[in-house]
Write a protein that binds this ligand. Structure first.
Ligand code: SF4
Ligand code: FES
Length: 205
């Protein structure tokens, strides 16, 4: 294409080390290709046979419209984050030292595991319903497990789930495909935790 003075195929990438979540490609029918626990930029050519034809498509989901060639718009994830994926911290100069609040090792580990989500969208691309539940559950969980996340906990889960629905993501039907394809090993347990958080918040509301 370049030799013919045409534009090369457009695709997204940034970090090339599995941390930015930009390289959203469906390769030979699988999000991030035929390997587990990796993003496209971590996929090695040794996973393919000599002379094999490799088929590459953009992530397909109504909430991830294709911008050009293999580039999709994942801003829906950003809007879900903006709806509640944050905590408020007093920055007036009297900020409490983070270590002043004891957190159990178990809670810290689980919060850290949830926070490993890089927002790549493989869970959505893999789900037959294009559900974003694993992504949203990871973002809700990373705060729900920590004392710092309790202040906005009720509004957070209600607002993030509302935004998720408004963006047009499908419902979760517990097939578990998202967990299999997630490059960061985000567990389905996070979805169960978010459902509990949502139920409690709904009863309070
Ligand atoms: S839950 Fe996993 S697959 Fe989904 S956006 Fe986060 S890292 Fe990507
Ligand atoms: S380019 Fe950043 S995760 Fe692949």
């Amino acid at each position: 294409l370049v030799a013919k003075d045409e534009s090369p195929i457009a695709f997204d990438h940034d970090c090339r080390e599995g941390i930015c979540g930009m390289c959203s490609l469906h390769i030979n029918g699988e999000a991030h290709g035929p390997d587990r626990g990796i993003t496209t930029c971590q996929l090695h050519m040794r996973m393919f046979k000599d002379g094999e034809t490799i088929s590459i498509e953009p992530f397909r989901a109504a909430a991830f419209p294709v911008i050009k060639d293999l580039v999709v718009d994942r801003m829906a994830f950003e809007r879900i984050q903006q709806a509640g994926g944050f905590i408020s911290v007093n920055t007036s100069g009297n900020t409490q030292d983070a270590n002043a609040t004891p957190i159990s090792k178990h809670a810290a580990d689980e919060a850290m595991d949830a926070a490993a989500c890089i927002g790549c969208g493989a869970c959505v691309a893999t789900c037959k319903n294009s559900s974003a539940m694993l992504f949203v559950a990871a973002k809700v969980s990373q705060y729900a497990l920590l004392p710092q996340g309790q202040v906005e906990a009720t509004d957070r889960v209600l607002n993030m789930v509302k935004q998720m629905d408004e963006e047009g993501f499908g419902n979760c039907t517990n097939t578990g495909a998202c967990e299999v394809e997630c490059p960061k090993g985000i567990s389905l347990e996070n979805i169960a935790r978010m459902n509990r958080e949502y139920l409690i918040a709904s009863l309070k509301g």
